[in-house]
Design a protein around this ligand. Structure first.
Ligand SMILES: Cc1cc2nc3c(=O)[nH]c(=O)nc-3n(C[C@H](O)[C@H](O)[C@H](O)COP(=O)(O)OP(=O)(O)OC[C@H]3O[C@@H](n4cnc5c(N)ncnc54)[C@H](O)[C@@H]3O)c2cc1C
Length: 225
């Protein structure tokens, strides 16, 4: 018997939608576009698969809630089961898509948005929904070409957009991991901290925030596993 989250995901009803676009925006990173057939809240996810034989995986929606299209950002795991199939999808191919769900929801209160890699996806949806005005975005990536949607974030957030690059140096990039950047900061009080990405990043970042006096109730996490 399937129990837990993977059992829940496998049981989600999926509908078939034609792929509208599958754009490689950086080596190994793709933005996949289908028609939006349901409303969603910025921060929510959909389950995706290519067919009924492949267990669906979850992806944060990275497009605007009022856009006629729904987009996700995914990174190719060459040894993975689903993402190599997703990467080969062409316009007109079928994608299986669940209704949006999830509780990692952006809101209008002041917050820091913290992301590693593709974990920046839900913050793009939140920004496009008009929630970025009192936010700081801290994005960690290994290479300079992994700051997905950086032109949009720079335009919208300016100096409140921090790119932490661990393996390369470059103009406007903090040289080091986002956790190193965070350790060097005096944190504002009375704001929320949103964390999205790998379990390693989320756990380490949460520990840093708590050690600096942040109340655990003010930390919202979305773990990509
Ligand atoms: C809430 C949520 C939101 C998410 N949002 C996004 C998103 O917006 N974008 C995104 O890119 N991802 C996101 N993810 C991750 C995504 O759901 C998938 O896990 C990811 O895309 C990998 O899928 P895959 O089928 O290609 O790899 P999988 O087949 O699931 O494998 C993942 C990795 O584990 C390795 N692996 C598999 N089996 C084994 C094994 N037995 N032993 C050792 N290693 C193994 C594979 O080689 C691969 O590198 C999210 C996850 C969650 C939970």
């Amino acid at each position: 018997m399937d129990i837990g989250l993977s059992g829940f995901i496998k049981k989600l009803p999926l509908v078939s939608l034609p792929v509208i676009e599958n754009l490689q925006i950086s080596p190994g990173a793709f933005v996949l576009t289908v028609e939006r057939i349901s409303d969603f809240l910025p921060g929510q996810v959909v389950a995706l698969s290519t067919d009924d034989k492949i267990a669906p995986r979850l992806y944060s929606i990275c497009s605007a809630p009022d856009n006629e299209y729904l987009q996700v950002l995914f990174s190719l795991k060459p040894d993975g089961e689903l993402t190599p199939l997703l990467a080969r999808l062409k316009p007109g191919d079928t994608l299986r898509v669940s209704a949006p769900f999830g509780a990692f929801l952006g809101d209008d209160r002041p917050a820091w948005w913290i992301a590693a890699g593709t974990g920046v996806a839900p913050y793009r949806a939140m920004m496009l929904a008009g929630l970025a005005h009192n936010k700081k975005l801290i994005h960690g990536g290994r290479f300079a070409n992994q700051f997905y949607f950086q032109d949009e974030f720079l335009d919208c957030l300016g100096e409140s957009y921090i790119r932490c690059c661990s393996q390369e140096t470059g103009d406007g990039l903090f040289s080091g991991r986002l956790t190193q950047w965070l350790r060097e900061q005096v944190l504002p009080s009375e704001i929320s901290f949103f964390l999205c990405g790998s379990v390693e990043m989320v756990v380490e970042t949460r520990d840093i925030l708590i050690s600096k006096g942040v109340d655990i109730d003010n930390i919202m996490s979305e773990v990509y596993f």
